[in-house]
Design a protein around this ligand. Structure first.
Ligand code: NDP
Length: 277
């Protein structure tokens, strides 16, 4: 019998950790799968998807800049994917149709709550940024019932649009960075892409409550600018998005294979590799 094929599509894709993570999951669970990474530019996405599934592919992950295209392409959507208008996981159904899911938000929530013991319920939560990553995490965060969720963005209109789109799910509001002084949060999530260029949005002192938590969705081998900012604020935790990456992969693996891999050993291994003793 042929080995079931999976892949991640994106551009750039060379440094993706997804093939490594899924191979570790497969080893751990005894599932016989192959998972590869393919550089796919947006303008050839549809052809690449056709080819992949025509050749017997079973499931795909899609990353920057393809998540919205994958959302358009899916024939059925999970509720969380519908709301986030972005798909990071495509799964071929028995009837051949493509189901689109978005596992980014649940991956973040799992990393926060299960791996780090951080409570979202009744917490004051701030999200910096209003792009695709914010859209993906808002639904699962609101489902944890924070006491408030504020979206701060450079382009305020984009944050306001998100509050409209998610108003039915829970309490959510929007502002520009100039409205942050004087406010305080238990959890600050950085979903801007500023970290990738080692920059930070303008953040006032005392924005983080005592013993609060900072979480950068981005990850790198060294501490990101936002993780360092959190450390300077004496955060109880100042984390980056590696755990989220592994947890969203575990959710995709579960959707495809019906088996939930253990994430902790995989996170520990990837962490050990980037901080050699
Ligand atoms: P988008 O391009 O969709 O959005 C970028 C956001 O960042 C916008 O809100 C933009 O503001 C803001 N921004 C960019 N530069 C600056 C700056 N210098 N100062 C202030 N704000 C800035 O990106 P995504 O939402 O797709 O990705 C955001 C981050 O999330 C990336 O770092 C990505 O790596 C990470 N991510 C991590 C995942 C994981 O598994 N760990 C999963 C998904 C994403 P404006 O609207 O004003 O332009």
């Amino acid at each position: 019998k042929n080995i079931d094929q999976y892949a991640v599509f994106g551009q750039p894709i060379k440094h993706s950790k997804s093939p490594r993570i899924h191979r570790l999951f497969a080893e751990q669970t005894g599932e016989n799968i192959e998972y590869t990474a393919r550089e796919v530019p947006a303008d050839t996405f549809d052809e690449a998807v056709d080819q992949f599934f025509a050749a017997g592919g079973k499931g795909l992950n899609c990353t920057v800049p393809l998540k919205e295209l994958a959302w358009r392409r899916a024939e059925r959507l999970t509720e969380r994917a519908r709301l986030s208008k972005a798909v990071n996981t495509l799964a071929q159904q028995e009837d051949g149709s493509l189901l689109g899911d978005n596992t980014d938000g649940i991956g973040l929530v799992t990393d926060l709550t299960r791996n780090h013991g951080i409570t979202l319920t009744d917490a004051r939560v701030l999200i910096l940024g209003a792009g695709g990553a914010s859209r993906g995490i808002i639904g699962p965060i609101l489902e944890c019932k924070p006491s408030r969720l504020l979206i701060a963005n450079r382009t305020v209109a984009k944050a306001e649009q998100l509050t409209e789109d998610f108003a039915d799910i829970g309490k959510i509001s929007a502002c520009g960075f100039d409205h942050l002084p004087g406010q305080q949060f238990d959890l600050i999530l950085n979903a801007t892409s500023a970290s990738l260029s080692n920059q930070l949005p303008p953040l006032p002192e005392r924005l983080l409550a005592e013993n609060g938590c900072c979480y950068d969705l981005a990850y790198a081998n060294e501490a990101t600018a936002f993780v360092r900012w959190g450390q300077l604020q004496n955060a109880g935790h100042s984390l980056d998005g590696l755990g989220m990456l592994v947890e969203q992969a575990a959710e995709a693996f579960y959707l495809w294979r019906g088996i939930r891999p253990e994430t902790r050993p995989v996170i520990a291994l990837l962490n050990a590799e980037r901080h050699p003793a």
